[in-house]
Ligand binder design. Structure first.
Ligand code: NAD
Length: 479
């Protein structure tokens, strides 16, 4: 799509923007106090339980703002790395430098003993995963065990904050009583409990920390006040104190479920775009030039331990929410749609050599949880295809563990089809002369729509076809 005349006098909405400008840090040098009583301008000691992709950057952020931080993790390798001043998460920009900096300054160390760490702390932030069990119900294994592990250290005055996404009502109804039962102390009177959702995007965590408003909701007014004042002392973004923990819990689930539903709609639109012979990207760009339209990108499915999981946390409490359930099914059906498309275009899949590019749930994040590559490989193999795979973040052994033959980048091979499951920029450099038998590229993220292909190779995207991608050469590539 090209703007041919009278461009709008404000910045065009085409393409949109999700990168708000960073807030500058306005914190003065804080005063260290013991115990910390949530007085503005003061800092104390904090514990982060679960020093993973989200917990470790949080620990760095808190330490950079003057807090003495203990990162607690059950994985001894994580504890050892942090205590050597190293980040065990390789892909997060700025994290390795951040860990080295605050460790050298003596404000970050790691430990395995959560109770001992919390006994000495003013604030404990819990950020261990809550996943789904086989019946798509919340699997509380990690969180129950994290809560039990801190209970021995809970003392009067400490504030416990849950950042892991939880079903609505769990902070007040499940975890506060669990801590009360273990300690004999009263929540919101003796110690304080709040929920504040982690809403960051892997790969942009520090940028997001400086811009995304921080939602905070307590199980009572004093819990909310203390948690909000804690975040005010460590974040440069706006702090939004909500009426209760449930409102904050629901906001996180609403935001992420909205995105799942939105993507499901984009996937439906993509199917229809194929039927009527138009390019879905051009349609979305056009629609989104109306400021109230925010259609997301279609794709081969939604992975990771956030967006495909949280709608189920909602459905576990409200199974009657039909739009949510249908959207989940729509997004999960995208792998099947892709396989049907391959089967039709290749005349069957039996013994067909196929290369899957990208096994992690998205590019540049080493996370396989709920990655759509896993059912993709499983279903292709079920139909008899001979599946190879490549991912720059995974070793050959890790690829084998996910039931595909590891492909060595740059080697000739007899693949008849390539399926991209991530939008890694590396795919744009692929040398197609290595694959003389190649007939088809199924571009699961529409990220290769602009590449030149030999005449023998057909392109199929999600709502983008060979014919439509050529018809709109100016259309921006989707992410
Ligand atoms: N990764 C994301 O993109 C993202 C984005 C927004 C929110 N979140 C939220 O953050 C949560 C954590 O995500 P993550 O990506 O940091 O997970 P992760 O798997 O990278 O890290 C979790 C860490 O917790 C540790 N752990 C598990 N059980 C523990 C216990 N009982 N005590 C101490 N440590 C324990 C693990 O060893 C691991 O290091 C998610 O469940 C989600 O609610 C994640």
């Amino acid at each position: 799509m090209t703007i041919v005349s009278r461009p709008t006098r404000i910045v065009s909405f085409l393409g949109g923007s999700i990168n708000p400008p960073a807030n500058l840090c306005t914190h003065r040098t804080p005063r260290s106090v013991k115990p910390w009583r949530a007085v503005p301008g003061t800092v104390g000691r904090a514990v982060v339980v679960g020093a993973g992709k989200m917990g470790l950057p949080l620990a760095v952020q808190f330490a950079r703002h003057g807090w003495k931080v203990t990162a607690v993790d059950v994985n001894p390798d994580v504890v050892a790395a942090i205590n050597e001043g190293r980040s065990h998460v390789a892909e997060e920009p700025g994290l390795a430098e951040g860990v080295a900096e605050v460790h050298a300054a003596g404000r970050l160390h790691a430990a395995a003993d959560a109770a001992a760490a919390v006994r000495d702390a003013d604030v404990a932030v819990l950020i261990v995963p809550v996943m789904l069990d086989d019946a798509q119900q919340p699997d509380y294994r990690y969180m129950d065990s994290a809560v039990d592990s801190i209970s021995g250290g809970i003392h009067p005055g400490v504030t416990v904050i849950f950042e892991t996404t939880l079903p609505v009502g769990d902070t007040r109804g499940r975890f506060a009583p669990r801590l009360e039962a273990a300690t004999g102390l009263k929540a919101d009177t003796d110690f304080f409990v709040a929920f504040s959702p982690e809403r960051l995007y892997s790969g942009a965590v520090f940028a997001n920390l400086s811009t995304y408003p921080k939602l905070v909701g307590g199980i009572g007014p004093e819990s909310g006040r203390r948690a909000a004042n804690f975040y005010d002392s460590v974040l440069d973004a706006e702090i939004v104190k909500m009426s209760c923990a449930e409102a904050a819990e629901f906001s996180k689930i609403a935001d992420t479920t909205y995105r799942d539903v939105n993507i499901a709609l984009a996937n439906d639109f993509a199917l229809y775009a194929d039927r009527v012979g138009v390019d879905i990207q051009e349609v979305i760009d056009g629609a989104n030039s109306q400021p109230y339209s925010h259609i997301h990108q279609p794709g081969i499915g939604v992975g990771g331990h956030c967006i495909p999981v949280y709608p189920h946390l909602l459905l576990s409490r409200a199974p009657d929410l039909e739009v949510v359930a249908v959207s989940r099914r729509t997004n999960d059906a995208q792998v099947g749609n892709a396989i049907k498309s391959l089967e039709t275009r290749l005349g069957g899949l039996d013994e067909v050599p196929i290369l899957v590019l990208g096994l992690t749930y998205r590019e540049n994040v080493k996370e396989l949880a709920y990655s759509r590559a896993l059912p993709l490989i499983e279903r292709l193999s079920f139909h008899g295809a001979d599946v190879s795979a490549y991912d720059p973040l995974l070793s050959a052994e890790e690829i084998e563990r996910n039931c595909a033959t590891p492909y060595t980048w740059g080697r000739p091979a007899p693949f008849r089809a390539i399926v991209t499951q991530t939008a890694d920029r590396l795919w744009e450099e692929i040398d197609l002369s290595l694959f003389p038998d190649l007939e088809l590229i199924l571009d699961g993220r529409n990220s290769l729509r602009g590449i030149d292909l030999p005449a023998r190779v057909r392109y199929v995207g999600i709502g983008v076809q060979d014919a439509t991608r050529r018809r709109s050469p100016d259309a921006s590539a989707s992410s």
